[in-house]
Write a protein of this length. Structure first.
Length: 193
C-alpha cells in the first residue's frame, strides 16, 4: 500500500481542491498519492489559522512535510517572507512548486527527507504520525536544531496520537512546549527553545 510519505508509483489523476482561509479563496492542484489529496485536512486548516493568529510576520518560515503546498501557499500569501518547503514525496513537491507558481509566490522547495540546513523563525509541521514514534521524534529533533533562538515550532496533533507525549518530549529537550489551542481532538502545540 502506498503512503503519502513515500515515493511509490501511484496512478496520475490530477484534480483541484478549493478552500477558504482568513477571507482568502484558494484553488490548489492535487493528485493521487499525496496527503489529504481530496480536501483540506481539518488539522492543517486549524494549524494555519492558529499560526496566522499568533505570528505577526516571521522573517523565515519552514513548511516541513509540505505536501501539495497548502501551508506554504496560504502563509506566503499573507506574510511574503523567506519561505522554505520540504517534502519526501516527489509528486507532492512538484505540486507544491506548481501551486506556488500559480499564486506567483516565492519559495525554496526541496524533495528531501528531513531538514538539512538553515535556521527558521517559524517551523510549521503536521507530522506524519504513521511513520512511527521514533522517526517522528527524529524529525522533532531536527526542528529544534533548525529553530532560531526566538523562533516557534508550530505542530498540530490529535490528542490520541500522542500530543501530550510530544509536549513531554520537547520539555525533556529543554524546550518550552504548550498547547495553544484545541478543536475536535486536534491540539496545536507551540514549541520554543
Amino acid at each position: 500500500m502506498a503512503h503519502y510519505f513515500t515515493n511509490d508509483a501511484v496512478e496520475d489523476k490530477p484534480f483541484d481542491i478549493s478552500f477558504s482561509i482568513a477571507g482568502k479563496e484558494f484553488v490548489l492542484h492535487s493528485n493521487q498519492g499525496v496527503f489529504s489529496k481530496e480536501k483540506l485536512d481539518e488539522g492543517t486548516r486549524f494549524l494555519i489559522e492558529t499560526v496566522l493568529k499568533h505570528e505577526s510576520r516571521p522573517e523565515s518560515i519552514l513548511d516541513l512535510g509540505c505536501g501539495i503546498g497548502v501551508v506554504g501557499v496560504v502563509l506566503q500569501s499573507f506574510y511574503h517572507t523567506r519561505m522554505t518547503m520540504i517534502d519526501i514525496n516527489a509528486r507532492a513537491v512538484s505540486l507544491a512548486r506548481s501551486n506556488m507558481e500559480k499564486y506567483k509566490l516565492d519559495a525554496d522547495i526541496y524533495e528531501q527527507d528531513g531538514i538539512r540546513e538553515g535556521m527558521f523563525d517559524c517551523i510549521v509541521f503536521n507530522p506524519p504520525i504513521r511513520i512511527g514514534k521514533s522517526a517522528m521524534y527524529a524529525l522533532f529533533d531536527q526542528c529544534i536544531e533548525h529553530l532560531s533562538a526566538n523562533g516557534t515550532l508550530w505542530l498540530v496533533m490529535r490528542k490520541q496520537h500522542g500530543a501530550q507525549s510530544a509536549i513531554r518530549y520537547f520539555e525533556q529537550k529543554d524546550c518550552s512546549a504548550e498547547r495553544v489551542d484545541r478543536d475536535k481532538g486536534y491540539w496545536i502545540l507551540s514549541v520554543k527553545k
